[in-house]
Ligand binder design. Structure first.
Ligand SMILES: Cc1cc2nc3c(=O)[nH]c(=O)nc-3n(C[C@H](O)[C@H](O)[C@H](O)COP(=O)(O)OP(=O)(O)OC[C@H]3O[C@@H](n4cnc5c(N)ncnc54)[C@H](O)[C@@H]3O)c2cc1C
Length: 397
């Protein structure tokens, strides 16, 4: 098939490799003129690691990551709400704390090594069915047609807009300011192995994630409408506000040189696919289901999508069967993470301050009562507290 993929992010690059290896003629279209490795650290769950492993990319990624196998949540008053290790669930694979840029470099290199066609500086504005395939639209006119067009173009996806399948597209009031600092040398502050979060009410939190071999990402919860004010007040004012939440990582605050803004969206689609005669369109990753990063799950869900789509195309001879099979395969898994993150958002990042009290009262009890469910959810493959999603073609059902 002639496959067009819009977006050279995590899902676009990975899908391009999987479909190229399956013998399809793949072209990737990316808006950035010069795509670069940028962005904060991410927590990469076991599920996403398994997909990268199939492409032989997990070992190179491990070499530039650190295992994260503990989650600690405290309050600003010093109370420990949760301190949970992955050993609570026998056999659980630790997450990786990795620089988003390192993941991009590895995936981008895999695309280049395969000789996959990548057209950069192409801002796709939409897509529509024509008698010769799905046409890709840009401000300068159509850019050719494809048998299958995949929107891997992130939370504001123009491909999704053209498919007319969006049922929810909502910007959260809260987002985060983030930065990456060095945590190396004799005076390192041991962010090793633990995702640390400290909460004050429901509006302030500081997160610290081991990132790469020697770094740490810091996330500061802030209302989108107040980000500019925090940035204008300057780093020293921010350090003063953040210090009571930084616990043992307070010395890292002095290493912060800049804070960068990130917004969160909640996107739901009726179906991530459209079939038009012999041709079709599909959505993967954030274009199909952007969500708040409370569970650090977006990258793994994106990788699960592309694995699942590639598997559906390999096991069905017609697009009219393969695309609905992909949509069915992904539904339950996505629903669980969409609902869980949506429920967590007001408890961790909102103006609903009274929610902090039941949260702080119940969190230690929940961590003691259902540690396996919590760690299972953090591994990325749950469909309910009791069931998990097998990667099609890889895991026994
Ligand atoms: C602050 C923050 C922290 C996060 N932390 C984590 C974490 O710890 N763990 C985790 O798993 N996930 C995390 N996520 C979520 C994760 O970043 C996303 O789920 C993931 O990047 C989705 O990948 P994607 O390929 O679908 O989209 P993207 O990575 O957004 O890639 C989309 C690509 O499409 C291109 N594009 C967009 N529009 C067009 C267009 N019109 N034409 C052509 N190209 C276009 C973009 O330039 C980009 O290259 C976090 C997100 C945020 C905001």
């Amino acid at each position: 098939m002639r496959v067009g993929i819009v977006g050279l992010g995590t899902s676009g690059t990975t899908l391009a490799c999987l479909l190229h290896d399956a013998g399809h003629e793949v072209t990737v279209l990316e808006q950035a003129a010069d795509p670069r490795p940028v962005g904060a650290g991410i927590w990469l769950q076991a599920l996403g690691q398994r997909v990268l492993d199939r492409l032989g990319l997990l070992e190179p990624l491990r070499a530039v990551s650190r295992d994260v196998d503990r989650v600690a949540i405290h309050t600003a008053s010093g109370r420990r709400l949760v301190d949970l290790g992955f050993d609570a669930l026998p056999g659980a694979t630790p997450a990786l704390g990795v620089h988003r840029g390192a993941l991009f470099t590895i995936l981008h290199t895999a695309v280049r090594e395969r000789g996959i066609a990548v057209r950069t500086g192409v801002v796709v504005t939409g897509a529509r069915p024509t008698p010769s395939g799905i046409a890709v639209e840009t401000a300068a006119g159509d850019l050719g047609t494809f048998d299958l067009l995949v929107g891997a173009d992130g939370s504001r996806s123009p491909v999704r807009r053209s498919m007319n399948v969006t049922t929810r597209d909502h910007s959260y009031e809260y987002g985060a300011l983030w930065t990456i600092v060095e945590d190396a040398g004799a005076d390192r502050h041991r962010v090793d192995g633990t995702l640390y979060q400290c909460l004050s009410g429901t509006s302030d939190y500081l997160g610290v994630l081991p990132t790469g071999r020697t770094g740490a990402s810091m996330f500061w919860s802030v209302k989108a409408s107040g980000m500019a004010r925090v940035l204008e007040a300057g780093l020293d004012a921010w350090r003063e506000t953040a210090a009571p939440l930084a616990g043992p990582y307070a010395p890292l605050l002095d290493r912060v040189e800049e804070l960068l803004p990130a917004g969160y969206r909640d996107v739901v689609v009726r179906t991530p696919v459209r079939v038009e005669g012999r041709y079709g369109a599909a959505l993967v990753g954030d274009s199909a289901h952007a969500m708040s990063p409370q569970l650090g799950t977006g990258t793994s869900l994106a990788l699960a999508d592309v694995w699942s789509l590639a598997h559906a195309l390999a096991t069905h001879s017609r697009l009219a069967e393969a695309l609905p099979a992909y949509a069915r395969e992904r539904a339950a898994h996505l629903r669980w993470y969409q609902w869980t993150t949506r429920l967590m958002m007001p408890v961790f990042q909102s103006d609903l301050a009274p929610l902090a009290w039941p949260r702080d009262a119940l969190a230690p009890w929940v961590a003691r009562a259902i540690p396996r469910t919590l760690i299972g959810t953090l591994c990325g493959d749950r469909t309910s507290p009791w069931t998990s999603w097998p990667l099609p073609g890889l895991d026994p059902v």
